[in-house]
Design a protein around this ligand. Structure first.
Ligand code: AP5
Length: 218
């Protein structure tokens, strides 16, 4: 099964694709996480993309397509995968179509997480993660049970993403509306888009996604 989670910054793509990964045993391929790892490792790709990401722009298509083409060749993707943050442009969507056709694969479902822009800004600028186990929290929507102590691993070290500032989030939202939202038409024509209400509480969003995914005959 091959799934795409599509939605603006803060829609819950990461949250929901990690839950899907646990439930379906499919790897979550987050291009944002891959790029942040490249920046942290100070690799060639990391050096090329650091400033673009910090400004909230989109990394060039050629890099992203190469990154995904290499990733889906790995053994853990043989039974399918969940794309989180890719494709983000028409060129990326067309390249993905080509990659899948060349491998005799097809997309199962595009899950469109619908949300409100203003709420997204609040969600993104309030989020933080545990540096040790990677669990995500939010200043308002998902706080730690004990102040400054991770519920899951007990660590007291947390991190915030460099691009989670309000001005950058606005730039990311603009990039989404101009470059990514038009992809919906591309997938609507293929009849594989399922909208879910991303404004609902997390468990309800998960429920809606599970219902859609369970209905796929793959
Ligand atoms: P990326 O890491 O993909 O960031 P994004 O798309 O901006 O998405 P986010 O990770 O910010 O949000 P999300 O939808 O995953 O929401 P989350 O689950 O965290 O990309 C970063 C950058 O990398 C891009 O700007 C670009 O520069 C580059 N890039 C990446 N891919 C690229 C590509 N293909 N092409 C070009 N450039 C690329 O949730 C957000 C918060 O809300 C959390 O705190 C969460 O706990 C909370 N939350 C989630 N759901 C709910 C809910 N239902 N109710 C209340 N709170 C909720």
């Amino acid at each position: 099964m091959i799934l795409i989670l599509l939605g603006p910054p803060g829609a819950g793509k990461g949250t929901q694709s990690r839950r899907l990964q646990e439930r379906r045993g499919l790897p979550q391929l987050s291009t944002g996480d891959m790029l942040r790892a490249a920046v942290a490792a100070d690799s060639d790709i990391g050096r090329e993309t650091k400033a673009i990401m910090a400004a909230g722009g989109l990394v060039p298509d050629r890099l992203m397509v190469r990154m995904i083409a290499e990733r889906i060749e790995q053994e853990d993707c043989k039974d399918g995968f969940i794309l989180d943050g890719f494709p983000r442009t028409t060129a990326q969507a067309e390249a993905l179509d080509g990659l899948l056709v060349a491998r005799g694969l097809k997309l199962s479902l595009v899950i469109e997480i619908r949300v409100d822009d203003l709420v997204m800004i609040e969600r993104v600028i309030g989020r933080f993660t545990c540096t040790k186990c990677g669990i995500g929290y939010h200043d308002t929507f998902k706080t730690t049970r004990i102040d400054n102590v991770c519920d899951s691993c007990g660590s007291t070290k947390f991190d915030r993403r460099a691009d989670d500032r309000e001005d950058t989030v606005r730039a990311r939202l603009e990039a989404y509306h101009i470059q990514t939202a038009p992809l919906l038409d591309h997938y609507l024509k293929q009849g594989i888009v399922v909208p879910v209400d991303g404004m609902a509480v997390m468990d309800e969003v998960t429920f809606q996604i599970n219902q859609a995914v369970d209905g796929v005959n793959d």
